[in-house]
Design a protein around this ligand. Structure first.
Ligand code: ADP
Length: 160
């Protein structure tokens, strides 16, 4: 059981895969902060504020969940928030190497911070924000992969 856990990431945009991980984490977390990283190296489709707003819509009415953004080291942010756990999702072996490195580095920086990995439902293991962005960018139907509000935002981004 964790008092306060962080689920950090880019969430550009939030997908049903992220949502699945969040719902699973609520089985053992009292409060979860979904934290949008401001210092991602990629060029995002949605601004940080847009990503935060979409997450707020997706998790509206869920008292255990809050959404925010952060800059700098996750270990520092976790300490400032009083979080004792980091939640991450693992889709495939391809996620493993990067996640393993991040988890051990975060432990080095903050020994009291534990990382747990959750596997999504099998049908979500191939889903990523980048593939959703790509399909939506070419006018494809991503309604099976994202919340209706995210779908609306994607359509608005790709229409001229
Ligand atoms: P990144 O940090 O690679 O930009 P994201 O922001 O997309 O990752 O996602 C944050 C976390 O959610 C990561 O741990 C990632 O592995 C996980 N995640 C993303 N999509 C899925 C999915 N479909 N199923 C399970 N976990 C996922």
């Amino acid at each position: 059981m964790s008092g306060l856990a962080l689920y950090p990431g880019s969430f550009d945009p939030v997908t049903n895969g992220h949502e699945d991980i969040v719902r699973r984490s609520l089985k053992f977390v009292d409060r979860l902060v979904v934290a949008v990283a401001r210092n991602g190296s990629k060029t995002p489709l949605f601004s940080v504020d847009e990503r935060v707003r979409l997450l707020e819509v997706v998790f509206a009415g869920e008292p255990k969940i809050s959404v925010c953004s952060f800059e700098g080291l996750l270990a520092d942010f976790a300490r400032a928030e009083g979080a004792d756990l980091v939640v991450r999702g693992l889709r495939a072996v391809s996620d493993f190497e990067f996640e393993f490195q991040m988890a051990l580095m975060n432990r080095q920086l903050s020994p009291e911070l534990e990382t747990v990995f959750l596997m999504p439902d099998q049908h979500l293991t191939y889903l990523s924000s980048s593939i959703v962005r790509e399909i939506a960018g070419f006018g494809g139907d991503v309604s099976a992969f994202v919340h209706p509000e995210v779908l609306k935002a994607l359509v608005a981004k790709s229409s001229p």
